[in-house]
Design a protein around this ligand. Structure first.
Ligand SMILES: [Zn+2]
Ligand SMILES: [Zn+2]
Ligand SMILES: [Zn+2]
Length: 377
């Protein structure tokens, strides 16, 4: 078998704290960041080996000590450190991961109606970009970098993380999956739509607004040419099915017609400004209301109203994410798909699962919940 190229975040790398400069091994706790220096050179007295736009790694202890002693840093370092901190992704040490896995497994064993909530972080290993990470869409845009998206959705395959979730659903350990991802990978991993809500839609599903019939396709369903017509990148005439959505400003009509009633079909992908589909959201909230545990994977849980499922459920909330700043948790725990899978596969038989941590919603979140859910139920 040909050796596969390993991404930069795997394998040993060197700590970017100058007075450490030591090797960071796979099993070490670490922090990864990226920051655009806009071509400005580093000062000679800099305490950090800065890389322009490329991922940088730190031992977690080195990162923490830089933050703690930031008042003593040169001004340039301090400014860059603040930019970098917003992109930080945290990785647990192998030992921490094992401990948390055991803790999470014991929480799951005590539950009988667990739900799973997933976000973009679960699909980064499949090749899709996320939003807030060191190479996230919003991070890069904030740094003035815009990257063209060339994802071929039909070529994406479920990650080990998706497979693990599907296995837990099959075993009855997870009753229902609520995903914010529109990549269709949970469904492709074998979870039927009776146990899955793609709350922000799926690029493979379209539906008939007239009779309600839904179509799950093998091909990417949205009409992507619409954006190019609107922007004048494609010469006219524009196909007559393309219409500007009043919610998001894009187009949702796919150009195909319903087999039953002949009316035009609409994609299911939700953008900012669009309302969520009631028939998708309602079962998500119903299962959440009955749930006695929740695994939240690869999401900072900050996009409503779907994030409210983690608050409605009454059991422990186990969070796996690489970034800090979760809307409903004070500390984000690392979620490292490859390690997660390895650990899971190794320990499945004796029931140990590599998830992370128990958190309870705060009162402030409770208020949010009432407000948000009230408008949707
Ligand atoms: Zn170090
Ligand atoms: Zn129809
Ligand atoms: Zn729209």
């Amino acid at each position: 078998m040909a050796a596969r190229k390993r991404p930069a975040s795997e394998g040993a790398s060197t700590c970017s704290k100058k007075d450490c400069n030591g090797i960071i091994h796979d099993e070490d706790a670490r922090v990864e960041v990226a920051v655009s220096l806009r071509g400005e050179p580093a000062h000679a007295d800099s305490r950090i080996t800065w890389q322009d736009g490329a991922p940088m790694a730190f031992h977690r202890s080195c990162w923490d000590s830089l933050l703690q002693k930031r008042a003593s840093l040169p001004r340039d370092d301090l400014q860059r450190l603040q930019l970098a901190a917003a992109t930080a992704e945290y990785f647990d040490s192998a030992q921490e991961l094992r401990q948390k896995a055991q803790e999470a497994a014991s929480l799951l064993r005590q539950s009988s109606r667990a739900i799973c909530f997933t976000g973009a972080g679960l699909s980064t290993a499949a090749g899709l970009g996320d939003y807030r990470g060191k190479r996230g869409k919003w991070t890069l845009e904030g740094q003035g970098v815009s990257e063209a998206y060339t994802t071929v959705y039909e070529e994406l395959r479920p990650t080990f993380g998706h497979e693990a979730v599907a296995k837990l659903v099959e075993m009855g350990k997870i009753r229902y999956v609520i995903s914010q991802n529109a990549d269709g990978l949970h469904h492709l991993s074998g979870i039927p739509y009776t146990k899955l809500s793609d709350v922000h839609g799926s690029a493979f599903t379209e539906y008939c607004p007239s009779c309600g019939k839904r179509y799950v396709r093998q091909e990417y369903a949205p009409e992507d040419r619409a954006e190019d017509f609107f922007a004048g990148r494609l010469p006219g005439p524009m196909p007559s099915h393309i219409k500007v959505c009043r919610g998001c400003g894009s187009n949702h009509w796919t150009g195909r017609s319903c087999e039953d009633c002949g009316q035009p079909l609409h994609d299911t992908v939700i953008s900012f400004g669009d309302g969520l589909e009631e028939c998708v959201l309602r079962p998500a909230f119903e299962h959440a209301a009955e749930a006695d545990a929740c695994l939240s994977l690869g999401s900072t849980m900050s996009i409503g109203p779907s994030n409210q499922v983690v608050l409605i459920q009454k059991g422990p909330l186990i969070v796996c994410v690489r970034q800090e700043g979760c809307a409903h948790t004070e500390i984000a725990m690392s979620f490292y798909t490859i390690s997660w899978w390895t650990c899971w596969a190794k320990n499945m038989l004796n029931g140990r699962l590599p998830w992370i941590r128990r958190r309870r919603p705060t009162m402030r979140s409770g208020l949010l919940l009432v407000k948000s859910v009230g408008t949707f139920l």
